[in-house]
Every structure is written in structure tokens, then in C-alpha cells.
Design a protein around this ligand. Sequence first.
Ligand code: SF4
Ligand code: SF4
Length: 56
Amino acid sequence: MTARVIRSLCIGCGACVKMCPLGAITVRANLARVDGARCDECEECIFACPKGAIVL
Ligand code: SF4
Ligand code: SF4
């Protein structure tokens, strides 16, 4: 398992990108995407997201 983004909730704010210690998240076209090969499930992005758009 890795963190994943619920597309319908993400507003592309980038808060998760700043918080990820492994640089596993990118935002393009107002949608965040997690690189599952980098994510170590630390959950920082989940706490950072104001929309509750990231889950494990
Ligand atoms: S769970 Fe941690 S490592 Fe994985 S995408 Fe979120 S902040 Fe990055
Ligand atoms: S913090 Fe949440 S709403 Fe903002 S870009 Fe990341 S997943 Fe999307």
C-alpha cells in the first residue's frame, strides 16, 4: 500500500507536496499524484491535506 489521492476531492493546492519528506508527490493540472515507488507511508500528506483527499 501507498498513499493515494481521491481525485474527486483534490483541489491541487500543493500542501501535500511541501510536506512529503520523500518528494513522492507531484501536482499537475490541479491534481496531486503519488509516486508509489517513493512513498513510505509516513502519512504526513494525509495530515497536510485540507480536503481529506489522501488516503492509505
Ligand atoms: S505517505 Fe509520506 S511518503 Fe507517502 S506520499 Fe505521503 S508524505 Fe510522501
Ligand atoms: S493537499 Fe490535498 S487537495 Fe492539496 S494537492 Fe494535495 S491531495 Fe490535493
